[in-house]
Design a protein around this ligand. Structure first.
Ligand code: BG6
Length: 301
């Protein structure tokens, strides 16, 4: 659909508009008195969020690809219908196909308190059925106010049960990984993907000093990222999730990725709201699942 047509149908004044973004990819731009945000139609991918009078909250790689069919590096990619590698076929795309496909805008709303909402939908087609043979609809609702709320709803429209894993793969921008502490995971068990998927226990708050790739299991807790350099706290609240993924590729892995600046690992951390590992979801025919992440910032005293 042409931008002009989408704008006619869905734009809200000058506060929510559809424009050509980086690489010509169509994006939705939010600009209100509360915050600004950008969402790409490809992947229903939240690319940035910045509350008024605050600095940006989400990290976006300066080397990210902005090309049709290529995942954007940063922001909030949607990993679905599988998280990580496909459980049985490694030739299928990592983290599923939702982040690489063009979603359709289905609604926009003005809510009280200068809050705006956008809904996008992805439905099965011949290509998705080759990768994942189920009929489905997925809906992403992005609500932009002084907080950012992102809700993924998955609906199994097939006649057979569907098992999937997923994540809202939040990338956060931080002053320096060495000045950052993550709390909310103390005492949780985790699978350490850097150490052959060994199970381990988180002792105390988490500081990152090397490559880190962990699935924390059995946790419904909020996480806090305390950024001592910028004196701010990012709060990540969640619903519909019993697992949290923490990822930082560190120097060597970052350097090996074409869409990741060599030194950029210092200024990012992923704290992902997930249904991963034994927290996979099985949906009966007609059943729905909601996965929600709510992101806010506060000063760190
Ligand atoms: C994390 C995974 O969620 O995403 C890591 O736990 C993975 O294993 C990372 O490397 C990035 O994945 P991708 O496919 O975007 O490079």
């Amino acid at each position: 659909m042409k931008l002009e047509t989408i704008n006619r149908q869905f734009a809200i004044d000058k506060q929510l508009i559809f424009i050509a973004g980086p690489g010509g990819l169509p994006v939705i731009q939010f600009k209100t008195r509360q915050a600004s945000a950008t969402v790409a139609l490809q992947g229903a991918h939240v690319m940035d969020f910045q509350p008024r009078d605050a600095s940006p909250v989400l990290w976006l790689s300066r080397l990210s690809h902005f090309k049709p069919g290529k995942a954007i590096r940063g922001g909030i990619p949607i990993c679905w219908p599988w998280f990580g590698n496909h459980p049985a076929d490694s030739s299928k795309p990592a983290h599923g196909f939702a982040r690489n496909r063009l979603w359709e805008v289905t609604a926009t709303h003005r809510l009280p308190n200068e809050t705006l909402q956008l809904q996008m939908t992805l439905k099965n087609d011949t290509e998705t059925r080759q990768l994942w043979p189920w009929h489905f609809s997925a809906r992403l609702t992005v609500t932009v106010g002084h907080e950012l709320e992102v809700e993924l709803q998955i609906h199994n429209r097939d006649e057979k049960p569907a098992t999937c894993s997923c994540a809202l793969h939040n990338y956060f921008v931080i002053s320096d990984i060495n000045d950052t502490v993550i709390t909310g995971l103390e005492g949780c068990r985790y699978i350490d993907k850097v150490a052959d998927n060994q199970p381990r226990l988180q002792q105390g708050p988490l500081t990152i000093t090397a490559e880190t790739d962990r699935i924390y299991v059995d946790t419904r807790s909020d996480c806090l990222i305390d950024d001592c350099g910028w004196k701010r706290r990012i709060r990540i609240a969640k619903q519909g999730s019993r697992s949290t993924v923490v990822w930082n590729p560190w120097q060597e892995k970052a350097a090996a990725m074409a869409d990741f600046g060599n030194d950029e690992y210092r200024s990012m951390v992923c704290v992902e709201t997930a249904n991963a590992a034994d927290d996979r979801i099985t949906l009966a025919p007609g059943e729905k699942h909601r996965l929600l992440t709510r992101i806010s910032v506060e000063p760190l005293c």
